[in-house]
Write a protein that binds this ligand. Structure first.
Ligand code: G6P
Ligand code: MG
Length: 216
């Protein structure tokens, strides 16, 4: 039933609870720059590349920086983030995530990661999840960041599965837009008020099973 089908998973906020660490690192960066950064504003950064996130952050703080300064601030955020994830363990895998990935794989569905993060591989290795994916496309593999569909189209190409037979799991508005632009169906992970463009929204992978996949 699931032959020639694939699921492409976003990483941060879908499989592992690292979205909170990206937020904390950006918040600390904002405070260092002299302004506050709320969780509501953070929704605009989810799924978005590091430099694009910085541009959004600076526009919120009404701050203008030179290219050189921007690169230094982006490095500072990345160092803060890397420090926060340095001790993560498989305990931070979100509820039901590993089980759901294992279930779909045993049903013959191919699996990929489609994450904007250049740190995706470090996180997957720390969580011992690398063997659960047939392809891993991250922020190092693409030129155009979400909401551009490049990341998901590259994942489909690596898996040799047509985009219309791929389902994306995403926790960000930018990622859902990217999935739709790629011609894929999309399951939103989080709140239906925020992720209203997804085909369905669930609170987490613990709410998913093979039967629910058939209806999407
Ligand atoms: C993910 C996160 C974003 C993050 C982006 C880039 O998509 O949702 O919050 O900004 O990756 O991450 P990086 O680790 O490359 O800075
Ligand atoms: Mg995410």
């Amino acid at each position: 039933m699931f032959k020639n089908r694939a699921i492409i998973f976003d990483l941060d906020g879908v499989i592992v609870d690292t979205a909170k660490y990206h937020y904390l690192a950006w918040k600390e960066t904002a405070i260092k720059l002299g302004f506050d950064f709320t969780e509501k504003d953070n929704e605009r950064l989810k799924g978005v590349s590091r430099m694009k996130s910085l541009e959004i952050l600076l526009s919120i703080g009404k701050i203008e920086l030179s290219q050189d300064e921007k690169e230094k601030v982006a490095d500072m955020k990345n160092n803060l983030y890397k420090e926060l994830i340095s001790n993560i363990t498989p305990n931070e895998i979100l509820p039901g995530a590993k089980q759901f990935i294992e279930t779909v794989r045993s049903a013959g569905i191919l699996t990929a990661i489609g994450s904007a993060s250049k740190n995706a591989m470090i996180v997957l290795e720390k969580l011992c999840l690398v063997p659960l994916f047939d392809a891993i496309i991250d922020g190092n593999s693409v030129i155009k960041a979400k909401p551009h569909p490049e990341i998901f189209l590259k994942a489909a190409e690596a898996l040799k599965i047509s985009p219309k037979n791929c389902i994306v799991f995403e926790d960000s508005e930018a990622g859902i837009e990217a999935a739709k632009a790629a011609g894929m169906r999309c399951v939103g992970i989080g709140s239906p008020e925020i992720l209203n463009n997804a085909d369905i929204v669930v609170s987490g992978l613990d709410k998913m099973n093979l039967n629910r996949l058939i209806d999407i």
